[in-house]
Write a protein that binds this ligand. Structure first.
Ligand code: CP
Ligand code: NVA
Length: 310
């Protein structure tokens, strides 16, 4: 019996440790294949992917578009203004229409329920390219990157400093749990993760507002203080988050000269992270961003190409 196949990629809570690890291994195989042979096998020839966006994107859009191209398939972009998901047309109708045109739907939405509805009503695989609740593609990439740099991740510790209630923190906890990493969420009071999310993450998670929590960690991770859709709260957030900036002082407080710095990007430089750290020797921000391509390809090869997880 192999690893059971996935039908969608909506949220990491739905994946077993083995399914998650299988995707990591597939991402590595596809990355190595392209590096050593110059190209991937065209396993998605004749297949297409709809890229449906309610919010802006650089990495998610381009990595999915290029990922499809590398695997011999085709992707088409649908802008927020064009489709009007939830206003011009319901997610249920959009899903049923797109299922007749494309072999998969990647969607970036505000309400997570829209992702769930697309999967429920469509007849093709649906991939969550970020919702207000979670960002599973990002977390797969993050763990893939950490694995490449550090090797076995069992009992390694990652500290996420910043908005512990956001989509990136939520998915990072779930992903870390699947490879046996310990997680420390260090957030101001009022911006800590929902206890249910922590409980369901399957990871060893500690939550604190105390920056001493960065002591001894292998990786420091941060994300913007104001996520897309929260712009009205920007001033309020800017008043609370500055002590949680990832700067050289905070990096030094890890006490680990080998500590790595990660950020999903885009960064608000000078807010949650300084230039000195983002561009410094501990930073793996750009390899991390580049790995979005390889992680997406694993998801696509499995969901649209039927490549089994091993
Ligand atoms: N990290 C990430 O998802 O980037 P984009 O918003 O540019 O896609
Ligand atoms: N938390 C950020 C992540 C962007 C990739 C947001 O939702 O805007």
């Amino acid at each position: 019996m192999g690893i059971p196949a996935l039908t969608h990629f909506l949220d990491l809570a739905a994946l077993s440790d083995e399914q998650f690890r299988g995707l990591l291994r597939l991402a590595k195989r596809l990355k190595d294949e392209r590096r050593t042979r110059g190209a991937n096998q065209p396993i998605l020839a004749g297949k297409s992917l709809a890229l449906l966006f309610q919010k802006p994107s650089l990495r998610t859009r381009v990595s999915f578009e290029m990922g499809m191209q590398h695997l011999g398939g085709y992707a088409f972009y649908l802008s927020p203004a064009e489709v009007g998901l939830g206003s011009r047309e319901s997610a249920a109708d959009v899903a049923r229409v797109l299922s007749g045109y494309a072999d998969g739907i990647m969607a970036r939405v505000f309400a997570h329920q829209d992702i769930v509805d697309l999967a429920e009503w469509g007849t093709v695989p649906v991939i969550n390219g970020l919702s207000d609740f979670s960002h599973p593609c990002q977390a797969l990439t993050d763990i893939f990157t950490a694995w490449e740099v550090l090797g076995d991740l069992e009992d390694r510790t990652i500290a996420y400093v910043g908005d512990g209630a956001n989509n990136v923190a939520t998915s990072l906890m779930m992903a870390a749990g699947k490879v046996g990493m310990n997680v420390r969420i260090i957030s101001p009071v009022g911006y800590m993760p929902d206890p249910t999310v922590v409980e369901n993450s399957g990871a060893e998670v500690s939550v604190t507002d105390d920056l001493e929590g960065v002591g001894g960690v292998d990786i420091l991770y941060t994300d913007v203080w104001t996520s897309m859709g929260q712009e009205a709260e920007r001033d309020e957030r800017l008043a609370v988050f500055p002590p949680y900036q990832l700067n050289t002082g905070l990096l030094a407080r890890t006490g680990n000269p080998q500590a790595l710095v990660m950020h999903c990007l885009p960064a608000h430089r000078g807010e949650e992270i300084t230039d000195e750290v983002a561009d410094g020797p501990a930073s793996i921000l750009f390899p991390q961003a580049h790995n979005r391509l390889h992680a997406q390809k694993a998801i696509l090869a499995h969901l649209l190409g039927g490549v089994p997880l091993e």
